[in-house]
Design a protein around this ligand. Sequence first.
Ligand code: AOF
Ligand code: ZN
Length: 366
Amino acid sequence: MKSDRDYMQLALDLAASAKGNTNPNPCVGAVIVKDGVIVGTGLHRKAGEPHAEVHAFQMAGDHAEGATLYVTLEPCSHYGKTPPCANLVKESGVSRVVVATTDPNPSVAGRGINLLKEAGIEVEVGLLEGEARKLNERFIHNMLSNKPFVISKFAMTMDGKIAAHNGHSKWITSEEARLHVHKLRHEVDGILVGVGTVLADNPSLTTRLPHREGKNPIRIILDSELKTPLNSNVANTVEAQTIIVSGKDVDANKVRQLTEKGVQILTVSKTEKGLNVNETLSELYKLGITDVLVEGGAEINASFLRAGLINKVLLFMAPKILGGMHSKTPFGGMDIDHIDEALQLEFDTVEQIGPDLCITAYPIGE
Ligand code: AOF
Ligand code: ZN
């Protein structure tokens, strides 16, 4: 006999299978069970398409009468691109609804659950809530902050170096670890680097997966003075879109030349430390970018650290020791006097990828 937990786990697995495809929407899965038999399953595949519940009820048909619905996110109560799922649930005849977590969308935020309860349906909230919230960490952050979810990613040696003193860095981590990063690029809306990285490495910042076509994130270059070369890979927008974030007082001619190449220029205010990263994120969110992989360099990493804008850290650690006082480390910025001023995080997962470790951590309080 399967338990509530098993069915909710199935709903979560269904939801997770669309990870990276549903932006800006959350990943949601639904399972309908009648007398121990799964009569309907569904997931939200893509923004604009039907919600998870719609697919599940379509499959279940009349079998939904008296059944239990397991759904990973509170059924919606609003008219978005699609009509409210709560109405569908009420009309379906299910007698019990098990919800993993509430919907942080201000247009829903508990209203979906209330509608069901008012209709006399038994509703339970909180089963596998931790997993459900983690699956939609990006969506939850978007709804609460109106900013993209920021993942700070870096690769370093065991002694914390990202390059030799002369900048040589190819490669610190293994091919397996680098492939993992490409899978991640496929899942995010944006990938962000500073112009220093463009000038030093001329990266293409595209998704390269061996056996399937990857989705390219939008390339975002923080470049206060518009130094990105016209012949750089990121200025070639045939493969992927590029947004250059600059100050407001830049050369109009360069703006025109880059724009002609298809690059979008976003101007933001400056602080004494460079471009205003907080404003940058708000503007990127307005452009529909819901998450951003920040891939350095050290000063860009430091500006996100200083502004308290890192939501998740992804560290790839190679079993190598480089040594040296002048080899680069992942975060630049000002020297700090006291260890208590460090950003406090908690480790979440550790995974071995080829010879390397991939460690994820969240700032405490996130
Ligand atoms: C659900 N089930 O499968 C999803 C939900 O524009 P729309 O109509 O697609 O609405 C998007 C919002 O609906 C999204 O922001 C979130 O609040 C909720 N997503 N709700 O009941 C689903 N994907
Ligand atoms: Zn819905």
